[in-house]
Design a binder for this molecule. Structure first.
Ligand SMILES: *Cc1c(COP(=O)(O)O)cnc(C)c1O
Length: 353
């Protein structure tokens, strides 16, 4: 609190991101980054931008990247919005599309940035409990609301809501925007992008941070009806005309040009995830079925916070949330096979003492 701060700032509770340690020797399984490098074609395209043309502003509309994403996903360019990471896309969506008189609905266990944006943009919200198996139950959203947002697969549970259930939600709320945050959809889910031409209330948000190994570049996008995109553009152009720099625009576009690399790395991560899940189950963990690049697991005999602290002593960092219903879970990002082996070996030691 400070008397110099605005009333708004005095009331904010900011988001706390997972640790980015300065020590590079740690096995970092805490923020769902991709363990593999970006495609060499992405790095080449970015290097080509490091030239005297950096004195010029980037394209404020990111036309080339928009066209690339539109073509990749089979939509019109007017249905694509770009942002500095999908967090920025989400922020603009809260201001442009999710703020109404009736409350915004999202799951009680979900991306913890949503309530933070509600605080920043003055959005009234209600959290809808996941069922006993940590699944989203679409019938539970049959209530008075202004809009709906949820991650699919959900974070931090890693659970996928089948596309038919997403469609049912869209049909149940024709007058409300339904925002599907697909940060992890490339690790085994089916995207709702194919539904945007049938549902003018659907906005799908994706990121290049996870499946495309570009968390450091900060590129995210939304796909929806041109009318929803225009609302986002209005907010963006009232805030920052150049959210994406030249290097980011070039690298992001190149990523969609290397489909083989993208598919290969996603498949490797999925295979590692399945192997790690089964090894953790053998160690006595309950592991929720994951369609993401992380798993959510608890051990019936071992306290999650203590396990996380003990793993850290073995130079392995995982994420633990001090939150109702999930305080006994650990969220573990899928690393390389070698990193996951270090984790399993450390757990073997910790659980047998
Ligand atoms: C990682 C993540 C994001 C943010 O991704 P950026 O594009 O890096 O900002 C958004 N939503 C969910 C659910 C995430 O896990």
């Amino acid at each position: 609190m400070s008397r110099f701060w605005s009333t708004l700032v005095n009331k904010l509770t900011p988001y706390v991101p997972g640790e980015q340690p300065k020590l590079t020797s740690l096995v970092k399984l805490n923020t769902n980054e991709n363990p593999y490098a970006p495609s060499p074609k992405v790095l080449q395209a970015m290097q080509a931008e490091l030239a005297d043309t950096l004195r010029l502003y980037p394209d404020p509309n990111g036309d080339h990247l928009k066209a690339t994403i539109a073509k990749y996903h089979g939509v019109d360019k007017s249905q694509v919005f770009l942002g500095n990471g999908s967090d920025e896309v989400l922020a603009h969506a809260f201001a442009a599309l999710l703020q109404h008189d009736a409350p915004l609905l999202f799951p009680d266990i979900s991306y913890s940035f949503y309530p933070v944006y509600c605080g920043l943009f003055g959005v009234d919200y209600r959290q809808v409990p996941l069922d006993a198996e940590f699944a989203i139950c679409v019938e539970d959203y049959d209530q008075h609301c202004g809009a709906i947002i949820f991650p699919n697969p959900n974070a931090p549970t890693a659970k996928l809501l089948p596309l038919a259930a997403v469609e049912s939600l869209l049909q149940r709320h024709p007058e409300q925007v339904v925002l599907v945050d697909e940060a992890y959809i490339d690790f085994g889910g089916e995207s709702a992008i194919g539904l945007v031409d049938h549902y003018p209330n659907l906005l799908v948000v994706q990121t290049l941070s996870k499946s495309r190994s570009l968390a450091g570049l900060r590129v995210g996008f939304a796909i929806g009806h041109a009318d929803l995109i225009e609302a986002l553009e209005r907010v963006k152009n009232s805030f920052n005309s150049y959210p994406l720099d030249k290097v980011a625009l070039a690298g992001a576009a190149a990523s969609f040009g290397d489909e083989a690399y993208f598919q290969e790395k996603c498949q490797v991560i999925i295979a590692t995830r399945e192997q790690l899940s089964s090894q953790m189950r053998d160690l006595g963990f309950e592991v929720l079925p994951s369609a993401a690049n992380f798993i959510f697991a608890r051990h019936p005999q071992h306290d999650a916070a203590q396990l996380a602290a003990a793993l850290r002593k073995h130079s392995i960092i995982v994420r633990h949330f001090k939150q109702d219903r999930i305080e006994q879970f650990l969220r573990i990002s899928i690393g390389t096979d070698a990193e996951c082996k270090l984790l399993v070996d450390a757990l073997h030691k910790l659980l047998s003492v």
